[in-house]
Design a protein around this ligand. Structure first.
Ligand SMILES: Cc1ncc(COP(=O)(O)O)c(C=O)c1O
Length: 368
């Protein structure tokens, strides 16, 4: 038995390859019609009509921060319990990271801790749905009180909150399409832009975002007539990766459904095991279980026991406040201390079969 924690999902080659061949030899491989179509169809998936595509989730986060008005020297409240790009993007925007603390039951920011960290210099709040468990969006948005919230939903495609898909609750919501996410285009990032007080004029915001992702240039205007007035980057998506995305969209529903079915199975089957507790979340949150996080005693032993039985497991991420690049933000984070000491992720994605998930539960029930 060898059950990986992460696995790349690609559509069947007989479906994907003809579409790829067509676009590759079309003579139009940079940003064009397929990118626009992919933005439109991705928006339907998450019920947000206004999507900006990027060539990575990290670029999309950088875009979100700049569009939210974050400028060098501003403060952005964030979480250390995430992948490094969440916080690297804040440094790309030149801002100062202020850590808020997480709920030891799930690794997500708490509204109380965010509230305690808000100052007159706070320009945005970065919220991660760790592992696909929605953070307490209602509470965080209430304390944000108009400060733009950027949701990093890299792990949370298909998750829901208040009966609506993650993607439509905050000013900005980023999805990563990197290799091992629920859905991949090899690399890519999608930024959902929603209308709230701070970004009331979505049309202007989208135009600004399109310039930001392409050298500050308005691609729609004649090249020799444009004036570049702001710094821009080479962050746009291309037609080849967008085509992969368009084909992936035909397959994504059952992929996400299987993550969720396996996650819900573990929610039941892993109850009442000595030394193991399950994550907990808001009643209005519906996770999409990118991986399945358990909190265990004697984590090293637990990990060795699973590995010896061919079940991959991992902590996946180092708490970001331990990196020297983020050292100036260090502070006391007791919730994170408690979560980080016990958390470990086990496989629950689309590739885990009924027999494999039963096997995982039996191996854990044997004890470690
Ligand atoms: C939580 C989180 N945020 C951001 C990113 C960055 O996304 P990308 O790799 O698409 O740049 C990732 C993954 O790589 C991630 O796991």
């Amino acid at each position: 038995m060898n059950i990986p924690t992460f696995k790349v999902f690609l559509p069947p080659s007989e479906v994907l390859m003809p579409r790829l061949e067509e676009i590759l030899y079309s003579g139009q491989i940079s940003e064009g019609v397929p990118v626009v179509e992919f933005e439109h169809r991705f928006g339907q998936l998450i019920q947000c009509p206004d999507i900006l595509s990027f060539n990575s989730g990290t670029a999309a986060l950088h875009g979100a921060l700049v569009l939210a008005g974050v400028r060098p020297g501003d403060e952005v409240i964030s979480t250390a319990m995430t992948a490094e790009p969440t916080n690297m993007a804040i440094l790309h925007a030149g801002a100062k990271i202020v850590w808020a603390d997480v709920d030891p039951n799930n690794g997500n920011l708490t509204a109380e801790s965010v509230a305690a960290k808000i100052t007159s210099r706070t320009r945005a709040i970065m919220v991660v749905h760790y592992g696909g468990i929605p953070a307490p969006i209602d509470g965080i948005r209430a304390v944000a009180n108009g400060i733009p919230v950027i949701e990093d939903a890299a792990h949370a495609l298909g998750a829901r909150y208040n009966n609506k898909p993650i993607g439509c609750h905050s000013e900005f919501v980023m999805f990563s399409l990197q290799a091992i996410k629920h859905m991949t285009t090899i690399d890519g990032g999608m930024l959902a832009c929603n209308t709230f007080k701070g970004n009331a004029n979505i049309k202007d915001l989208l135009a600004e975002g399109r310039k930001f992702r392409w050298f500050g240039i308005d691609r729609a205007a004649p090249r020799t007539e444009v004036d570049v007035s702001t710094v821009g980057y080479k962050y746009h998506m291309n037609n080849v990766t967008a085509t992969i995305g368009l084909v992936q969209l035909d397959y994504i529903a059952p992929v996400i459904a299987r993550h969720i079915a396996n996650g819900k199975y573990f929610d039941q089957a892993l109850q009442d095991i000595p030394g193991l507790s399950l994550c907990q979340w808001d009643a209005q949150a519906e996770p999409s279980y990118w991986f399945y996080t358990v909190l265990v005693k004697d984590r090293e032993k637990f990990s060795r026991h699973l590995s010896a039985n061919g079940i991959a497991n991992s902590q996946a991420h180092k708490r970001n406040d331990l990196h020297s690049v983020f050292s100036s933000s260090r502070c006391n984070l007791p919730g994170l201390d408690a979560f980080y000491e016990k958390m470990i992720h086990i496989p629950c994605g689309w590739w885990v079969s009924d027999a494999q998930r039963e096997f995982i539960v039996n191996v854990i029930r044997q004890g470690w």
